[in-house]
Design a protein around this ligand. Sequence first.
Ligand code: EPU
Length: 432
Amino acid sequence: MTKYIVQGGKPLFGEVEISGAKNAAVAIIPAALLVDGVCRIENIPQISDVTLCLRILEQLGASIRSINPHTVEIDCHCIHSTRTSYELARKIRASYYLIGALLGRFGQAEVAMPGGCNFGVRPIDQHVKGFTTLGAKVVVEGGFIHASTESGRLNGANIYLDVVSVGATMNIMMAAVMAQGVTVIENAAKEPHIVDLANFLNSMGANVRGAGTDTIKIHGVDRLLGGSYAIIPDQIEAGTYMAAVAAAGGQILVKNIIPKHMDCITAKLQECGVEVEEREDTLLVRRTGKLQKANVKTLPYPGFPTDMQPQITTVLTLAEGTSLVTESVWNNRYRYVDELKRMGASIQVDDKTAVVEGVDHLTGAPIQACDLRAGAALVIAALAAQGQSEVSCVQYIERGYENIVEKLQALGADIRAVEEPGDAEELEAHIG
Ligand code: EPU
């Protein structure tokens, strides 16, 4: 069992290189199943969710060659099964992308139901609605989602999503790229990783137009062939380091980012009194003065991302005045608040709203991560706090942040990972 020991209260200085986007990688790797050839995927983050995705593909018969730590070649020429390992697929929420990819390529898929949830209810009704509208039959049996077609090929159709869903948009896109005819997804999500998946598919020979707007049009093609593609930088990882310097103070250069993707986070941090200077593919982030209060409401892109809600709330615990945070994407995404309170934060949660009364300082404490972004928020709190904190259950954090300890150490943070006897808690509840 790994814990992070953090001596807080030290401002951060230096440079941090942002890795490839987790939520793009966990969709693009399954999308390689659609390709009848070798896909070379670059800028893959080294995180445990990606390792799991690659293992699932291997178990289906894909041949995977690691070119360097961030580049793999995936050959899905010899897929011998459309049924995923129950044990592997249930460990990662994003395993639902295997349904769209297998269904799109082979006309059938059997994928373990994604695991329980760490926050709120996480239904997949919009994914299922998409597949059935394209002509698939979908049933849940024995813990598996079985999706199948009679002819082996889906038929293009118009699909109006009842909620803006990142997962449903990407899953339907994967299912539709080789469907017969044209598919239109209305009320589609617009996150950068939606555009990234469309660009990946197009670079392999698909015909997807409009990704990044709320209407996506897909002309089905007969085959996708191999190619090479580099994943975009991780917006949320970059935002997390920006929030870390906002909370702990100092000045850092956040490298390898797409500044446009950061606008929603940059604007909010600037409102809090953080200075952010944009360059071509870097951001210089500085916080020297007192933090100011701000109100935050999470929304689908280009709104403020829910995956930055715990981190910004942590920053606001140290801001002058009272801030209001409204979580409008997920229910119950405030479970980390009790841990922040152990450190002296003053936060009252009522349903979707957190009222954050800024305090002068936080103090170090033993704290426990309950999911990926909550874990990142606790690390930020520990960096800013006076004294020592011990962050446990960091396996959640390592699902989505590559080398977080080393990256923070390079910024001058006093953080180290220590191994303790005991079994790591099984990550049954797979958010992210
Ligand atoms: N929803 C439905 N029905 C559906 C799908 C979604 O009602 O069929 C609802 C959800 O309950 C939620 C809202 O729609 O209230 C948005 O859910 P969405 O489908 O967009 O989320 P997701 O695709 O399951 C991805 C990210 C999450 C991120 C959300 C929102 C991946 C693997 N996960 O989840 O990332 O919070 O989009 O941006 O891409 C994280 O990285 O920490 C993380 C949780």
